[in-house]
Design a protein around this ligand. Structure first.
Ligand SMILES: NC(=O)C1=CN([C@@H]2O[C@H](COP(=O)(O)OP(=O)(O)OC[C@H]3O[C@@H](n4cnc5c(N)ncnc54)[C@H](OP(=O)(O)O)[C@@H]3O)[C@@H](O)[C@H]2O)C=CC1
Ligand SMILES: CC(=O)N[C@@H](CCC(=O)OP(=O)(O)O)C(=O)O
Length: 351
């Protein structure tokens, strides 16, 4: 992609959702972005709606949300971010793919290469196979050289899990049948829509496991693990809702292969992430959510139980930043050749 230093015009579809709002606030402060256009539902006349009316916390941002029109977006902007629910981009995005127009898609619609798998796990029609071939899976730490125009930004659980497992698979340190992931997320992970399971009375002072053995990030994680080691076996993966607004922790349990030492584990993580500004290897210090919430960091630490030969890896992210909007901006930087950290927060919100 040609570098357009300091003059990028950005479009956001879905800016009034949780990840769209975070995306807007990151891009608004991005030094290479001069203009942000906001788009809403196709056909709706949303031009009367102003961003600050839909998102009152952004009182000074009185920009119109315009009805989505592919031609208009391609004329008015240089790159489109889609922060829309699953099932939207597969319907809207064809003209962008045909015209090689840069798109960064935060939804799951273009992550899975196999449309049958998408239909099985997302319970809705998949994008066309031909379109899927244009998408690149943008796990930023492992996909620095973006060659195409369509980035499928990874899911939040998939990001934390994959970053916590990568060095172990790439260096062949673990028993490939032994992977168990117990992941927990804050409530913002399910978006802004109110449901029985996101209602305060249910969330408050409660934890609940959901989508057991049925979570849509299982095939996404498996797809990437198989690229790292084709011999990997199906993982056990569970997701739990916890009563916090933001933050996601993947607790990963694996058995080490015979003869593998803790020193090798540390060396593998250090070597893998030494040039990754957003992955902080914490060694035997176990990270917590507050270490990363508000930032684009993924912090990873571990503990080892020699009696059971179980290595526990703890990987934490902010689901809305590294798990969604922050990684999308990281991918935007990589796509356009800007330094990877540009426009991304360098500190978590702490305390
Ligand atoms: N929340 C998270 O932590 C993460 C989310 N994601 C993914 O990011 C995407 C957005 O998630 P999230 O921000 O939580 O979702 P929200 O439900 O909070 O927001 C969805 C946004 O999309 C808009 N929208 C919905 N349908 C359409 C449509 N047909 N055309 C145009 N705009 C539409 C909504 O506008 P309106 O309100 O007007 O309908 C809203 O602005 C999802 O695909 C999600 O899976 C990925 C990783 C983490
Ligand atoms: C807490 C919560 O509900 N989280 C969501 C994660 C959303 C997400 O990232 O899913 P996509 O694959 O659609 O992008 C979930 O578990 O479905």
């Amino acid at each position: 992609m040609n570098l357009r230093d300091g003059q990028m015009r950005i479009g956001i579809l879905g800016a009034t959702g949780y990840s769209g709002i975070v995306l807007y606030s990151l891009l608004r402060q991005h030094p290479q972005v001069t203009q942000i256009k906001l788009y809403g539902h196709q056909g709706n006349n949303e031009s009367a709606a102003l961003f600050n009316e839909r998102v009152p916390a952004f009182k000074t941002e009185n920009y119109p949300i315009e009805a989505f029109s592919a031609n208009q977006v391609m004329q008015e902007t240089d790159c489109l971010f889609c922060a829309t629910p699953a099932g939207v981009t597969s319907q809207l995005i064809e003209p962008f793919i045909k015209n090689n127009f840069p798109v960064i898609d935060l939804s799951g619609d273009f992550r899975l290469k196999d449309p049958t798998s998408y239909e099985k796990w997302y319970h809705r029609p998949a994008a066309k196979q031909e379109q899927l071939t244009h998408a690149e899976y943008g796990l930023a730490e492992f996909h620095h050289s973006i060659s195409g125009h369509y980035i499928a930004n990874p899911g939040c659980y998939a990001t934390a899990t994959l970053l916590g497992l990568a060095p172990l698979l790439l260096e062949h340190l673990i028993d490939l049948q032994s992977i168990i992931v117990d992941a927990k997320s804050g409530v913002s992970g399910s978006g802004k829509k109110l449901s029985a399971s996101s209602h305060f009375t249910f969330i408050n002072e409660n934890i609940s496991l959901y989508k057991l053995n049925a979570h849509q990030h299982i095939p996404e994680i498996m797809q990437q693990l198989k690229l790292w080691d084709p011999a990997v076996k199906p993982i056990q993966f569970s997701t739990t809702l916890i009563p916090v607004t933001r933050g996601l922790m993947a607790t990963i349990y694996v058995k080490l292969r015979s003869g593998v030492t803790r020193r090798q584990v540390t060396a593998a993580f250090q070597a893998q992430y030494q040039n990754s500004p957003f992955v902080r290897w914490r060694n035997q210090q176990l990270p917590d959510l507050k270490a990363v919430v508000g930032s684009n960091f993924c912090d990873i630490g571990y503990g080892y139980n020699p009696a059971a030969n179980v290595l526990t890896v703890v990987s934490v992210i902010d689901n809305l930043v590294k798990g969604a909007a922050g990684q999308a901006v990281q991918n935007f930087n990589l796509m356009w050749g800007f330094p990877e950290e540009t426009g991304l927060p360098q500190f978590p919100v702490f305390p």
